[in-house]
Each structure stands twice: as C-alpha cells, then as structure tokens.
Design a protein around this ligand. Structure first.
Ligand code: ADP
Ligand code: ASP
Ligand code: MG
Length: 814
C-alpha cells in the first residue's frame, strides 16, 4: 500500500487534477493507494479572507465567497463535462453550509479559532469530494473517507495535536475493511475528542499523509507538489537552486523547520521511527527524480545540504545585570511563552547569562513582550532586568547538513561570505549537533544572502557579477557590446557569470533583475523610465544583489559625486570618469577608505592611458614592496595626436579640429590643450604612488597663446588658434631646428609633479611615439636605471571600453 499526497497546486486546476488522476490510475494497478489532497490552491487563504471580511463587517465576503464557488464549479464542469449534475448539487449544498457559516460570522462579528477551523475545513472537504466523484465517474474504484473520522486531536484549534493512540487504531480499523482501490482523504482536517473540527496547522496536509502512512506502516510516502523535490534553497528566491537527490530525515526536518515550505515540519516525525522513506515528487513533471528523504547515509558527502529561510521574524532581547542572580530565570521565560502558545524559532544566550535573545514569529512579538514584561514586572521595577527589546523586520537564514560537523570552517565561511556582501548579522545560533547554523538578518537582505551562500556552498566555481552601467555613449556602447560578445567565454573559462542589470544614458534607464537581454539592449533602453542619477542609485540599491558593480562611463561630476553612496552600500565602483580620483585629496582618500570598509572595489584603470594596465602595474609594484622614485610619461592621446600631426604643412587650428572630429579630445579641447587633463592623470599616478597631492600642487607650464588661455567660449578659443598660428609654428620651428619632436610630458620626481611641452631629442623613448599612443616609464627602487615601460594606444573608445571591462573582470577574479 502507498500513501500519496497532492498539494494545492497539484489539485489547483482541472488540468492538474487530470494529471493526478492519471498518476493514481497507474499506481492503483499495482495495489491499493491512499491519496491525501489539499484544498484547491489558494482556497484556504480565500476562506480565511472571507472569514475575516465577515468578522470585520465587510460585505466583500460575499464576493470572496462567490469567487470560491466559481473556482470549484469551473473545475467540476471541466472535469466532468457530461456528467456533473450530482456533483454540482452536492457541492452546492456544501457551499450553502459555508455561506451560512460566513453569514453567522458576519452577524456576530467574531471569528474564533474554533470557527476558523470549521471554516477552512471546507477547502479540503470540497477538493477531496470533487476528486473522488470524478474518479468514480470515470470508472475507477475510488471512495472518499473523511479524515475527521480517523484523525483525533486535542482542542488546540488551528494547530491541534494528534492523539496517536486513537488515531492509529481508527486508521487501521478503517483500512482493514476498505475494499476500494483508491481512497481519497482530505488533508489538514481532524476532529477533537469532543467532536469539534480541528486542523493540523497551515500546510498540514503533508502531516495528514504521514500520519496515515505511519499508522499503516506503508512502504513509502509520496508528497506530490509543484516543484521537483526539496531544493538546495527556495527555488523562488534562488534561481540556481536544484533538487536534492537524497537527504536524511534530520536534514529535511531542519530545512523545513527553517522555512522550506515544501514539507510541513511535523511530517517527518511519524515516519521517522518506522523508517518509511518520503519521496517528494512533482505533479507537473512526474518524470523528474524528486527527492528521497530517508536514513540512507550514502549521500551524506556534501557538508551543506540546503539553505533555508524564514521571513517575518522578530528578535526579543532580554538583558540586565541582575539576570545572573535570578533563580529559574530561563524556566520562567520559556514557561511564559509556552503558556501563550508562542513558538520559539531560535535562541541565543550570552555565556555570561547577561542577555538572552529569542527569535520568533513577528506576529507573536507583541503578545510575547506583554507576557514577559508582566512576568518579570518586579525585576524590571528593581532594574535587575531591562524592559524587553523587540526588533522586527528580520529573517532567519539557516545552513543545514548532517555532515557539517565533519568539516572545518563552515560557519566561518558562512559569516565571512555574508560580511563581504555587507549583510549585517543580528544573531547567530548553532546547534550543538552542528546540523544547523542559523543567522538572523534584515529581511531586505534575504534574497542576497541566500544567493551568495548558495553560490559559496553549491556553485563554488561560478561567480555572478551584477553590473549597472551609466553612460552608454561612444565608450559605454562598446563596453556593452564587448560584454555581450564575451559573456559565454567568461562563464566557460573564468567561471564568471557577468550580467548587466541596469543601463542608463542621460535620457532613460532600464533594469532587469535577471540580466538585460543584450541582443536587444538599445531598443529596450528607449522604452525605459526617465533617467535620474538618484533614481539609478536607488534602483541599484533596492535590488540589493550580491557583487554589484556601478560602472561610470560618463565624464560627469554629479555622477562622480555619487560614488561614496554606492560604496557605502557595498556596491563596487568602476569609473573611467577621472573627476573623483583627481578631485580634492580628502575626497579621494574617503573613497579609498569606503572601498576598504565596505569591501567594495573602487577601480579606475582607464583614468590614465585608457586600456593600458598602468594603474594596475603601479599598484602591483607597490603591493610587492617597491617604491616609485620617478614617473616620466606622455599621457595625452589627444595632445599626442595634435602634436604628431602638426608641422609646417598643416595649421594648428585644423589639426585640433581634426582631433576633435575623430573623438580624441574632450568636447572642450582646452581641457586637453591646457594640460589640465594630463595634470589630472599624473596627479592620480602620484596619489596611487602614495603621495598626498592636489591639482594645484602640479606645476603646469602652458604652451597655448595668451589669448588662447584667456578665451571664454570654445568658439573664441578656436578663433585664437587661427589668429595665433604664428605662435604655434614658432614652437614647431624651434623643435625642428633642435632636431627634436614636440611632446607633452608629465613628470613626477621626489614627490613633485609637473606637466608641459618639451622638445624630445632623437633616441629618447618618447621620440617615436606615434598617433595617440601613451607611454609611462616607472623608475623605482627595483627599476633604478632601466625603467619599467608601458606603451600603447592611450585613447579611443574600444581600448577604453576594454580597460573598463578589465576592471570588471579583475573584480570577478578576486
Ligand atoms: P503544496 O501546496 O504542494 O503543499 P507548498 O506551496 O506547500 O506546496 O510547497 C511547495 C513550495 O515550497 C514550492 O513551490 C517552493 O516555492 C517552496 N519552497 C521553499 N523552500 C523550498 C525548498 N528548499 N525546496 C523546494 N521548495 C521550496
Ligand atoms: N490547505 C491547507 C493550507 O493551505 C493545508 C495544506 O495545503 O497542506 O494550509
Ligand atoms: Mg504544502
């Protein structure tokens, strides 16, 4: 004999019920089966909703009732299109009883736990009747038996406790003489010894099935639901979660106790001692293997079996210097909660006995506080104990595994993983048996915590990076395209799952928690909401994804001003915008400090030399103990382009215009030509070398004509280039006469930096610098004579995008 239980979704539509009947038909060919069914999915909630509406004198209960009726009628009609009269009549009469009960509740304005049980019992009564009658209609040997007649409980309404002596006897007696192949039992409902209807607690149909399976000592209990087994974590919150093939009773119990709703926690108890395996199967996918819960040890290798979570937790903290001396303190505390029927989910106690912290359902917290404050009234008045502190809005996450005790460092890994993602832990509990390590965290962090822990313990190889890009102009667009092209490579070769979650230009912004479809990003972006910098930040923060990285591909000061906010949320920052790094030294330091404090990388390789690995090399030199003595560099792709193309056959104005047209200069070319841009770059290198310096400290000898320096608008400036052509030709002529090339050079020596135009003689490494190339020479303690030289294209959208991309990958590899 087998016992099968089908949950709410499994019996939630005629289509699913047909699948259920198909499964039962197959099973019954090999022997008798008992099937326990839940109410049609969502009906229990609707019944409670109607009850509460009626209690609150809200006549909306009539609509809710109508909705319940429609749902059942539709299922009956679809299941039995030709032969539904007797079923409809019988169901109608049940529904009339339900309506009378609701009218009664409306009239007396009261919904007691006892009435509530009577009310919700209609859900399972209806579903079991409809399913049994449909099977009979189709010629199957089926009978419905009311579980109320079999399962006897105390009168603890809404979560009654079973009297196993009477119950087991009832079940055995009934099935001894039952002759039908398929017996349909409503789950969840029972009856007190006084004959009142009770229920076994929300989700209790699983328990009904286990009680029956144990009473009859069947060979297997099957729980059929809407997922393919017990997953490594709640599949609704963790996309990467997967079904666990085999799991022990203890592990299943812990996971369900800590929120894995797929199994109602008490379900394991009755079958555990009898060693009856529980097989969790998917009604919607019967071919899937599912999960077997048993005592089979062979699959106990993985230390962590699953991660579960409970929401709506409150923490109650009781503390006070006088607590140590109060005899029977804990006893009184726990007795008080037991009397109030308040379930404690988690306990932690400081070893000094100075404070004790309890995790319980948020809905119970007020009642708990009132009761405890009352019991310890005297001690509180004498200031031996402080009034109880209640914190709400919390959740528990728990790592579960029989084998955790045999592995070192699991809890360390758990807490450091959470810490790295800026998830604050409010309390910790670890059972002495080490089957479970649980932590109380803020509710808003649950999804992030589960996903990070899941990645840590179940997908060790892949790391997910969640990128938010602002500024998809020339460079940003290339970056998105490069990411699109390399996604597969990164996953396969570097085990990095790189996803763009947010994108913004100056007009619109879009977000997709599952990763923006990059095949289609441009069209999607035009459909986005209006972009604002604050809005982009708020959305990024609210998504609260692990390994989030904000990428600034603008040259906008207001964007740079937001880095600190991002870092404080543990969101990494990758910037090609150099405003922040070259801003006030205090701000630069602050960002570096925040990056360390919140464990959020702040990388800006492209601030100097576009895609060339200049800052990374400098950081590596310093990290390995080297000291920078001098830096000589040509750092302006734009100036290089201009100076390389300017000669006695060209006009300075035309060359600058051309540089502008080809995208080598900033929109305002004076930023490049005045040397400000180069000064910012050498400033950043000096700072990264460990020197405290500001832009004003850099000696800048301008080469622009006086009127060029004084020009107010960009147009004025261009005019001065025409007017002062002779000035620029003189510079060229002098260099030519000295057999030199003009280069704009940045230097850093002995803590001092300067920028300016220089005549570079033949043979010097700068002499042959072509196009928009950059070059940096690092003289260090280890490279005193022959510098370390980095040279290559120092401007252009593609190389800049690839430099930003490298920063992102650098974060992924860390
Ligand atoms: P039923 O109505 O069949 O009893 P439930 O809704 O009670 O189904 O339980 C199944 C649901 O449990 C799944 O749809 C899933 O959302 C949730 N769930 C939470 N944690 C887990 C987990 N670790 N494994 C599988 N399902 C889980
Ligand atoms: N129908 C009940 C509930 O929704 C029992 C169950 O489905 O297990 O809680
Ligand atoms: Mg359930």
């Amino acid at each position: 004999m087998k016992v099968l239980k089908f949950g709410g979704t499994s019996v939630g539509s005629s289509k699913n019920i047909n699948s259920v009947i198909q499964i039962l038909d197959n099973y019954s060919k090999n022997g008798a089966v008992i099937v326990v069914v839940s109410a049609v999915g969502g009906i229990t909630d609707k019944l409670l909703q109607a009850g509460n509406q009626a209690k609150n004198k809200d006549s909306g209960f009539i609509n809710t009732f109508g909705n319940i009726k429609d749902i059942h009628f539709e299922i009956i009609n679809e299941l039995n299109p030709d032969n539904n009269h007797s079923i409809l009549t019988a169901v109608e009469s049940r529904l009339n009883e339900l309506k009378s009960l609701l009218d009664g509740i409306y009239l007396i304005n009261e919904l007691s736990p006892k009435t509530s049980d009577k009310l919700v019992g209609f859900g399972e009564a209806l579903s079991s009747f409809i399913i049994a009658e449909t099977m009979k209609n189709r010629g199957l040997s089926a009978e419905r038996k009311n579980s109320k007649d079999l399962i006897i409980t105390n009168s603890n309404f809404t979560k009654a406790e079973v009297n196993f002596g009477i119950t087991n006897k009832n079940i055995k007696d009934y099935f001894k003489s039952a002759s039908q192949q398929i017996t349909v039992l409503p789950g969840f409902v029972a009856q007190s010894t006084l004959g009142e209807q009770t229920t076994l607690g929300r989700g209790g149909s699983d328990y009904t099935a286990a009680i029956v399976a144990a009473a009859l000592k069947v060979e297997q209990l099957e729980i059929w639901t809407d997922v393919s087994g017990m997953f490594t974590s709640n599949p609704k919150l963790v996309k990467q979660a997967y079904p666990i093939e085999k799991i022990s009773y203890q592990e299943a119990m812990e996971l369900s106790h800590f929120g894995a709703k797929v199994l109602y926690p008490p379900t394991v108890q009755p079958v555990l001692d009898l060693n009856i395996p529980i097989h969790i199967k998917n009604t919607l996918k019967p071919e899937a293997a599912g999960t077997v819960i048993s005592n089979d040890e062979s699959h106990a290798a993985l230390p962590v079996k699953g991660i579960s979570n409970i929401s709506n937790i409150a923490l109650l903290t009781l503390q006070g210097s006088g607590m140590i001396g109060i005899p029977g303190f804990s006893k009184r505390l726990f007795e008080t909660l037991a009397q109030e029927k308040i379930n404690i989910v988690l306990i932690t106690q400081a070893s000094s006995e100075h404070s004790i912290c309890l995790g319980l359902d948020e809905n119970d917290s007020e009642a708990a506080k009132t009761a405890i404050d009352l019991v310890f009234e005297n001690e509180i008045a004498l200031h031996k104990i402080d009034p109880i502190i209640v914190e709400t809005g919390l959740s528990i996450i728990a790592l579960v595994g029989d084998n955790m005790k045999n592995h070192q460092g699991i809890s360390g890994k758990m807490f450091s993983t959470l810490g790295k993602n800026n998830i604050n832990i409010r309390a910790i509990a670890q059972g002495a048996s080490e089957k479970n390590i649980s932590a109380v965290i803020d509710k808003k962090d649950v999804k992030k915590a589960l996903n990070t822990l899941h990645e840590q313990f179940f997908e060790t190889q892949t790391k997910q990076l969640n990128v938010f890009i602002t500024g998809v102009g020339n460079v940003g667009e290339r970056l998105v395209e490069q990411i699109k092209q390399q996604k597969k490579y990164l996953k396969e070769n570097l085990k990095i799952n790189l996803r763009i979650i947010g994108l913004s230009n100056s007009r619109t912004m879009i977000f997709d928690e599952d990763g923006i479809d990059l095949k289609n990003w441009k069209a999607l972006l035009t459909t986005g909401e209006k972009a604002t910098l604050e809005g982009f930040f708020e959305n990024t923060k609210a998504l609260n994804l692990r390994n989030s990285i904000f990428v600034d591909v603008t040259a906008n000061k207001n964007v740079a001003n937001l880095y600190a906010k991002y870092l404080r949320e543990s969101i990494g920052v990758v910037a090609c915008n150099k405003i922040a790094c070259s801003s006030d030294y205090e701000n630069y330091r602050l960002l570096k400090r925040l990056s360390l404090k919140y464990n959020a990388p702040y990388l800006f390789e492209t601030n100097v030399g576009a895609g060339l690995p200049i800052i990374d090399t400098l950081n590596n030199l310093i990290a390995s103990g080297d000291k920078i003595t001098s830096i000589q560099a040509v750092l302006s792709g734009s100036l290089n382009f201009v100076l390389n193309n300017f000669n006695d056959n060209t006009k300075f104005h035309d060359v600058v215009k051309q540089a502008q047209a080809e995208g080598y200069t900033e929109p305002d070319p004076r930023i490049d030509l005045s040397g400000v841009d180069v000064a910012r770059k050498i400033l950043i290198l000096a700072r990264e070398s460990g020197v405290e310096m500001n832009l004003e400290d850099i000696e800048n000898t301008p080469f622009l004509s006086e009127s060029g320096l004084k020009s107010v608008t960009v147009d004025d400036f261009y005019q001065t280039l025409i007017d002062d052509e002779a000035h620029y030709q003189n510079l060229y002529a002098s260099a030519k006469a000295n057999q030199c090339q003009l280069k704009y050079v940045a230097q850093f020596n002995n803590g001092k930096a300067s920028v300016g135009l220089q005549e570079i003689p033949e043979g010097h490494p700068f002499y042959n610098l072509e196009g928009s190339d950059n070059i940096v020479m690092f003289y260090t303690q280890r490279y005193p004579e022959q510098p370390m030289i980095i040279k290559g294209a120092g401007a252009g959208a593609d190389v800049t995008a690839s430099g930003i991309f490298s920063d992102i990958i650098r974060i992924g590899n860390n």
